[in-house]
Write a protein that binds this ligand. Structure first.
Ligand code: SF4
Length: 339
């Protein structure tokens, strides 16, 4: 894997042109998203309204995942958004666990209650990894009873600890969102979590580069974190607990992408794919795109297990038309790990 530095960009390209999907990001439902999560600034022409995202039956997801696992048995599934609220979640979990799939679920809101609810439908249900979103100043807010965020963070902390001691989840990960305003608290937050056996997945906030981006709408550019001496000092302290930092081996390289300068050239090796809740293939986590969505996910993997080159061409078209870079960690990790 090469990393080529252009004046303001970091372009990732594959020296070995082997097309292999290592990461599949999935949103199973938008049904419980709050309104502002789908109110992108200036919704792009051709992108659906929230009401147009119709969930599909679990059988279709299972058929799709089966093709992907046949393509690469080590593929990693990242279930994003409120996927645990998907009506067919127990069928999906049963399939993933039965096939010993490598997967994780992001969980928002009352996450412990949500996971308990799944147990009501299926007493044997378990989730191999859950990612709970928190902010980098988590620890300092917990110690400050006057902070307006104190009660919310305390509730999250109690739920996290209950989750760790329960048998429902294999690995509990705090997905820590870092901004220029809260980065000061990152090392002590990582340290506190590590003491309780909770892993830290550190992601930096990003911006909506153009109106074709339908994620990361809440960040303003002054919140972006730059790869300067202060950030490097924070990273040095964080790495004291590297055993509890997810993808710690590539974390420093990930920081080279800051504030938002990765150009992943995804079509050069197709390491990462992304699928929306209406069962449409996207360009990536950040951009839905206008060409990829026309391709049937069930045709993505050919009979011989290879990726359809027709789809790769559509990805290239969307990439060249819409990508203005980002700092997406899932895509970065997919590009820097062995297929
Ligand atoms: S916006 Fe999408 S296509 Fe562009 S670099 Fe980021 S992940 Fe890759």
């Amino acid at each position: 894997m090469g990393l080529e530095i252009f004046p303001n960009k970091l372009c990732m390209y594959s020296e070995i042109q082997e097309y292999k999907i290592t990461t599949c990001d999935v949103v199973l439902t938008h049904s419980t998203d709050s309104e502002d999560e789908v109110n992108y600034v200036g919704r792009p022409v051709g992108y659906p309204m929230k009401s147009q995202y119709i969930d599909v039956r679990p059988e279709r997801w299972v058929a799709f995942f089966t093709r992907l696992i046949n393509h690469n048995k080590n593929i990693r599934f990242n279930f994003l958004g409120n996927s645990l609220d998907y009506a067919g979640i127990c069928d999906v979990l049963e399939y993933l666990n039965y096939n010993s799939a490598n997967y994780s679920f992001d969980v928002y809101g009352d996450f412990y209650d949500k996971i308990e609810k799944i147990r009501c439908y299926d007493e044997y249900a378990s989730i191999s990894q859950v990612n709970v979103p928190i902010e980098a100043d988590f620890k300092s807010v917990l110690s400050d009873s006057l902070s307006p965020k104190h009660n919310n963070f305390t509730k999250t902390w109690n739920s996290l600890k209950t989750l760790v001691s329960s048998e429902i989840c294999g690995t509990v990960v705090a997905k820590i969102r870092v901004t220029s305003n809260n980065i000061f608290g990152l090392p002590e937050t990582v340290e506190m979590l590590a003491k309780d056996g909770i892993y830290s997945d550190i992601v930096f906030c990003d911006v909506q580069k153009t109106n074709m981006y339908d994620a990361e709408t809440k960040t303003i550019s002054t919140e972006l974190v730059h790869n300067d001496i202060n950030t490097q000092m924070v990273v040095d302290k964080v790495m004291l607990n590297s055993a509890y930092v997810v993808n710690s081996n590539s974390f420093r390289r990930y920081c080279l992408m800051l504030p938002s300068e990765m150009e992943c050239v995804v079509y050069s090796n197709m390491r990462a794919i992304s699928v929306d809740s209406d069962f449409k293939l996207r360009l990536c986590d950040r951009i839905r795109g206008t060409n990829c969505t026309n391709f049937d996910p069930l045709r993505l993997i050919e009979q011989d297990g290879s990726i359809s080159m027709e789809f790769v061409d559509l990805v290239k078209k969307d990439y060249e038309s819409h990508c203005a870079g980002c700092n997406c960690k899932n895509v970065f990790v997919s590009q820097t790990t062995q297929a």
